[in-house]
Write a protein that binds this ligand. Structure first.
Ligand code: 89Y
Length: 342
């Protein structure tokens, strides 16, 4: 494998690309060989930093490069559909950041186009690959708290998120597309598919376009799952970027608390231990657990790609998460619960 690494190109050289490329470099047998960015100078800077041999002027030139085994789209959501369709045109396997698309219908067309052309497609959904989340899921599957009946997933913070990612302030639909994609996916990861949901949103920051607070309650089989999102929370200890989890089951409860503490309580006792993510030198300490989870997400793509398997967060799978995101907007705007059809 070392003699014949997979070669890929990156579209988009903004804030996230540096971490994504560093995440790839943790893995064997894969190498970034081409970059494209709308502002070429940014791509050139990144190419010099990471020793990437080719910089292209257009997205299509990069995607058409015959040397590439796949492309990694790390641009804003507005370009995702066009770039995925270009990848389909050139039959190049493709990874795309979340949110996959700006509507469910747009995402569905992307997924269908990839399926029809036989082009492997994964959405880079990394939250389910975070160390404490993975551990919690393993314990739930072992039946450590019996059958779950309620889940509470909370991503509430006052972190100045617009400093690093100013484009988020310009989104008409903000927190559900940016963070709802992650947390609603976690809900699916833990509890399976939703049958209905109800959502309320708020806009607390005055100088942004979209909502920065969302509260979603879902019926997921026999589990009632509450997902709380906020970038307007004023807290003594801000947990950013950790997702806090509390799950109740017939035989106990499981908590992922701040600082990666997992607590399991049954009728006799509480046991607690930490499940911290690996610390990578290149990761921004402010985003530690999020950046660390890029590595296993990319590893899942590589393994699937090499063995012709579907990645965990394939486009097809992630469309179900996208459906929840846009069902949440529908509920928030109508004030009514929404049935989620499969
Ligand atoms: O874009 C978001 C993500 O994927 O993780 C945190 C973030 O950077 C800001 O909400």
């Amino acid at each position: 494998m070392k003699n014949n690494p997979l070669k890929f190109g990156v579209l988009g050289c903004g804030f996230w690309s540096r971490f994504q490329i560093s995440g790839w470099r943790e893995l064997e047998g894969v190498e970034v060989v081409a970059l494209y960015n709308r502002t070429r100078s940014k791509a050139e800077k990144l190419a010099a930093e990471f020793d990437v041999p080719k910089v292209y002027d257009t997205s299509e030139e990069l995607i058409a490069d015959p040397e590439l085994d796949f492309v990694d789209i790390i641009t804003d959501p507005v370009t995702h559909a066009d770039f995925v369709h270009l990848a389909v045109k050139h039959k190049v396997p493709v990874i795309c950041q979340k949110p996959m698309a700006r509507s469910y219908e747009e995402g569905k067309k992307m997924v269908e186009a990839c399926a029809e052309a036989g082009v492997p497609f994964m959405v880079h959904e990394n939250f389910r690959w975070q160390a404490p989340i993975r551990k919690a899921k393993e314990l739930l599957d072992e039946g450590i708290i019996g059958k779950p009946f309620r889940g509470n997933l909370s991503f509430c913070s006052g972190f100045p998120v617009f400093d690093n990612q100013p484009s988020l302030a310009q989104l008409e639909q903000f927190i559900l597309t940016d963070m709802g994609t992650h947390t609603l996916d976690l809900a699916r990861f833990f509890f399976g598919e939703a049958q209905s949901l109800y959502c309320q949103t708020h806009k607390i920051h005055k100088n942004i376009k979209g909502e920065d607070v969302a509260s979603v309650i879902m019926k997921m089989g026999e589990v009632a799952c509450f997902v709380q999102l906020s970038y307007a929370s004023i807290l003594e200890k801000d947990p950013f970027p950790e997702t806090l989890v509390f799950i109740e089951g017939e035989d106990g409860s499981l908590e992922i608390g701040p600082n990666y503490w997992i607590r399991i309580t049954n009728r006799k006792e509480t046991r607690s231990f930490r499940a911290p993510p690996p610390r990578y030198q290149w990761a921004d300490p402010d985003y530690d657990i999020v950046h660390a989870s890029i590595v296993p997400t990319n590893a899942n793509w590589l393994e699937s790609f090499r063995n012709n398997l579907e990645p965990e967060t394939s486009g097809m799978d992630n469309l179900k998460t996208l459906k929840l995101v846009y069902a949440a907007y529908e509920s928030a705007s109508t004030g009514k619960a929404v049935e989620v059809t499969s």
